[in-house]
Write a protein that binds this ligand. Structure first.
Ligand code: FEO
Ligand code: CA
Ligand code: CA
Ligand code: CA
Length: 627
């Protein structure tokens, strides 16, 4: 089956399926036993589920409305819909030049490798804004490329030559550019000396425990410490010392084997590497993507990459201490004791939620050298009694060396009995109190088959629904309000669902109703008021179990009352992902990714225009602060 015929995140599994389970009896037994610990499943509508307004929060006065906007209705329009009193404008679209010697985006040709390498990349995802000396710099991940659109000027939307393949490669990576207010919007400052494109060919340094290990060495880099580029950067993070974290997610989909007899190792299979790529063709222009010739090359991807946004000559660093998996974002918290805590999800069905704790202490005036290289990695276990624990990944607990733990992190996590999760996407930590939230986007395999490592994925307390197409948002409060504590209490903030279609657990939790329903929570970001912004990347059919949900969207959650209100609806066939604020917080920047991924959108220009991903500025028409 061609990649284009199924969704992006299903393709991985299609080419490298996890083992089928035949233990149907076990699945049924698990589903039934859930009633034992949840107790309230049958009384679900009565609000007795392990939710929101119970264990971990204190309900506030119902009369207080912290949102400041009226909910927008779900819709399937090919535009951005925001509440009355708000407006939106494009800031950067796929192919927009970052330098004035680059031609404007050409819909007929979609540019060349050379122009794309100096223009905003495709399919923007996580992003941050940094300020220094009066300059505002936007750093944006360009996760992947819409090949149907990128090569839509070619027969069958297939690359016609090596420049087409290289153009696709250059559409990946990270875009760094200065922005400034212009008119009543924001614009790219072309030719700023801070502008930079980081691509799959940018030189990077491997740091931390895995650097220099045998598994990291290749013919081109016998030291195992220098690698080229980053790609498939999904969510992001930022450090208090002013650097940007780009998180490598589906890095596997770019490798292939020219030698058809080549057998991919068990370790690479756990990460979804196979003899076939996902259609990008990179091995045709760069041999390092051929795993039959360079079997260690995939070990050099799947990390968190630290980038200095104010030094375009700096070498980005792949921080192997933060583990290797399909990273979603990296939520950095400075714990009360000064240690750097990084929460990270591994977005794959039945994979895990992680935490890194630095050995060193962060101080605003001290050195930050080594803080993300030296520390301990943990994986989460959620117990049925609403407690949880962070399990250490060390040579003692895993039987693996520290370097191996950082390279084969999934295998390490499987060894310690962590909780298999429903695709952990973004983690967001509340700036107002010691608690964190994770979007568990969906998992059709929950209770159906094990993960790619053979780990059991029966329904469990925090992932309670088999064949979970809707997703949920879980949260935890660390013991003693200390993010470095190994124990925590948890509950579910929201179970997404469709209460118009289902009258059981698939109808969602009490804070989900016909007016605000959604599926597949993905991006999670707290604003300065302690409100939780929720972005979705799910089924936009608006039919059957998803009827009434419309296009992908962005909502806001009040974490105290549990209320969730829809703020924005994206255009057709997009996901809404990535958000940050201008320095004065009068503008919010929001990412629209892959509009028209099935060729059904002309956003944002309308008419016959090519659909383009982009960053959009949202502001209030009265100029007041948002978020
Ligand atoms: Fe790129 Fe997990 O989303
Ligand atoms: Ca995502
Ligand atoms: Ca997603
Ligand atoms: Ca995406």
């Amino acid at each position: 089956m061609a990649r284009d015929e199924i969704s992006f995140d299903e393709y991985d599994e299609h080419i490298n399926p996890a083992p089928e389970t035949t233990d149907f009896d076990g699945v049924v037994e698990t589903a039934l036993s859930r009633r034992g610990f949840l107790g309230g499943v049958m009384a679900f509508g009565a609000g007795t589920f392990v939710l929101g307004t119970t264990a971990l929060s204190t309900p506030a006065s119902a009369s207080v409305d912290r949102f400041g906007f009226e909910q927008v209705s779900a819709n399937t329009l090919d535009t951005i819909t925001v509440p009355d009193g708000f407006e939106w404008k494009p800031v950067a679209l796929w192919g927009d030049p970052l330098w004035s010697d680059v031609p404007e985006f050409d819909e007929a040709t979609r540019g060349t490798a050379a122009t794309q390498a100096r223009a905003f990349g495709d399919n923007n995802d996580g992003m941050s804004v940094f300020n220094q000396h009066g300059k505002t710099v936007m750093v944006v991940n360009n996760e992947y490329t819409n090949r149907k659109l990128l090569w839509g000027n070619r027969p069958d939307a297939k690359p016609a030559n090596s420049d087409d393949i290289e153009k696709g490669m250059m559409a990946h990576g990270v875009s760094v550019f200065q922005v400034a207010p212009k008119g009543d919007g924001w614009t790219i400052m072309k030719d700023s000396d801070l502008n930079r494109r980081i691509t799959p060919r940018t030189e990077m340094e491997l740091t931390g425990p895995a650097a220099g290990h045998e598994l990291m060495k290749t013919a081109a880099d016998p030291t195992g410490t220098k690698t080229l580029g980053t790609w498939n950067n999904c969510g992001n993070g930022e450090t208090p010392w002013g650097t940007y974290l780009a998180c490598e997610e589906n890095f596997n989909g770019y490798f292939s084997a020219a030698d058809e007899a080549h057998s991919v190792s068990t370790e690479l299979k756990r990460y979804g590497v196979s003899s076939n790529d996902w259609g990008y063709g990179w091995a045709q222009v760069d041999e390092r993507f051929d795993v039959s010739k360079n079997p260690n090359e995939p070990n050099r991807a799947g990390y968190v990459v630290e980038i200095d946004p104010f030094d375009p000559t700096s070498t980005p660093k792949k921080r192997t201490a933060l583990g290797r998996f399909k990273h979603e974002n990296a939520e950095v918290v400075i714990a009360a004791n000064g240690r750097v805590v990084v929460y990270m999800g591994d977005d794959e069905r039945g994979e895990y939620l992680y935490r890194f704790v630095s050995n060193g202490i962060y101080t605003p005036t001290g050195s930050t050298e080594g803080l993300l290289d030296d520390g301990t990695l943990y994986v989460a276990k959620f117990n049925e009694d609403m407690t949880g624990e962070w399990l250490e990944l060390t040579p003692d607990t895993t039987g693996m060396s520290q370097a191996e733990i950082c390279i084969h992190t999934r295998m390490a996590a499987s060894k310690v009995g962590a909780t298999t999760m429903d695709r952990p996407e973004w983690v967001a930590a509340n700036p107002a109190k010691a608690e964190a939230y994770v979007a568990l986007t969906n998992n059709k395999n929950r209770g159906v088959k094990p993960n790619a490592g053979g780990d059991d994925t029966s329904a469990n307390a925090v992932n309670p629904r088999v064949e979970n197409h809707y997703g949920q948002i879980a949260r935890w409060v660390p013991d003693a309000a200390d993010h470095t504590a190994n124990g925590f209490m948890w509950d579910l903030y929201a179970l997404a669902g469709n209460p118009e279609v289902h009258d059981d657990v698939y109808g969602g939790s009490d804070n989900i109703n016909a007016g605000n329903m959604f599926n597949s929570p993905d991006g999670l970001v707290f604003d300065s008021n302690g409100l939780l912004w929720i972005q979705t990347d799910g089924n936009y059919s608006d039919a059957d179990g998803f009827a009434g949900m419309g296009n992908n969207q962005m909502l806001v959650g009040d974490t105290v009352t549990g209320e969730i209100r829809r703020f924005l609806v994206g255009p057709k066939e997009c996901e809404v992902t990535g958000m940050c604020w201008a320095p004065d917080r009068r503008t919010m920047f929001v990412g629209i990714q892959h509009p028209g991924e099935k060729s059904g959108s002309n956003f944002p220009h309308g008419g016959d225009a090519l659909a383009r991903s982009g960053v959009f500025a949202i502001s209030r028409t009265d100029g007041a602060i948002i978020g």
